[in-house]
Ligand binder design. Structure first.
Ligand code: AHG
Ligand code: MN
Ligand code: MN
Length: 315
């Protein structure tokens, strides 16, 4: 059985990167323990505050953010933390070589109903500043708090999956994940159809037509409403996730955030042989202008991403 620390030693000689990965894994294990007890502790409700994006914070959004912040404060390698739950970037160690961007609790609307949520993170070099493209990422990962607690990480090579055991150890369970090139599953919030652009409408219509339409095969639809859960399913068995630009989100640039949702997820999926796109360019090539910037997100099995890109090219 390969443990996280052994895998990290084989994957990189960068002690700072290793230290931050260990800190984020420890934060994930601590958040998992809090989530398991949250309904008993009465923590599943609102915090009574809004974040910078104007979203009502859940108590667990704030608790998870504090857990990540505390673990990274103890890590001298981190210069700055950017978080969905913090209006401004937080200065940590002045000597730190690394920037961390995080969504400490993704999918928090699912907390009340005991459905999978997650923690997403991206690690960038400090000398590139806060507004670097996703291509500059040195590492990324997410923790999925589901029936099992999974940690998905990528440093330089491929994306691998660890599972938290009952002694608190992260054990390698998928060495080098591989997103299937083809898939018959798509994930999109279809209640937003009236806001969609022509490409999204065309792609989904063709999928729903199944073997009777131009795609020539049957599709199934899945939408958890936690990006981490939807992306983890796609990592493990293929599919496509779409949160495209639509007429309602266009003024904000999209729904999901570039630095701590889209970039780490795109980089992890690409590390497993999948693809990612805004529809018009690679997500990892988008140059940020703001730390909380939003972006259209399409990612998953290469053939499906190519199929919607073809719709964008002709529309
Ligand atoms: P967060 O809980 O961090 O604000 O993110 C929620 C995101 C993402 O997890 C999910 O894919 C999407 O919002 C769901 O959006 P809809 O409510 O439109 O389905
Ligand atoms: Mn999120
Ligand atoms: Mn969140």
């Amino acid at each position: 059985m390969t443990k996280l620390a052994d895998w990290l030693r084989a994957e990189t000689s960068d002690q700072d990167l290793t230290g931050v990965m260990i800190s984020m894994a420890a934060a994930g294990a601590e958040i998992a323990a809090v989530l398991r007890q949250a309904p008993i502790a009465g923590q599943t409700g609102l915090a009574g505050s809004d974040n910078v994006q104007g979203e009502a914070q859940k108590a667990l959004d704030v608790i998870s953010n504090d857990i990540v912040l505390n673990h990274l404060r103890a890590s001298p390698a981190v210069s700055i933390l950017v978080s969905e739950e913090l209006d401004e970037a937080v200065d940590l160690s002045s000597q730190g070589r690394l920037i961390v961007a995080t969504d400490p609790l993704d999918g928090s609307s699912n907390l009340d109903v005991n459905v999978t949520v997650g923690t997403i993170f991206s690690i960038l070099p400090s000398d590139g500043g806060l507004l670097q493209t996703g291509q500059a990422q040195l590492a990324a990962g997410y923790v999925a708090y589901g029936p099992a607690t999974s940690l998905v990480v990528r440093i330089s090579g491929a994306t691998s999956v660890f599972t938290l055991d009952d002694t608190g150890e992260w054990v390698l369970t998928v060495n080098r994940a591989a997103v299937p090139v083809a898939s018959g599953e798509f994930a999109i919030n279809t209640a937003r159809e009236r806001f969609w652009d022509a490409a999204t409408k065309g792609y989904v219509r063709e999928s729903v037509e199944g073997e009777t339409g131009a795609a020539g095969k049957r599709y199934n639809m899945r939408w958890v409403g936690s990006m981490v859960a939807d992306v983890h399913r796609i990592l493990m068995r293929g599919g496509i996730f779409l949160y495209p630009l639509d007429s309602e989100t266009i003024s904000k640039g999209g729904r999901l955030r570039l630095l701590y949702e889209a970039n780490p997820m795109a980089w992890l999926i690409e590390g497993a042989g999948g693809r990612s796109s805004t529809g018009k360019q690679g997500i990892l090539d988008v140059v940020p202008t703001d730390i909380h910037q939003r972006v259209p997100v399409i990612l998953g099995s290469a053939e499906e991403v190519a199929r919607i890109e073809a719709w964008y090219a002709k529309s």
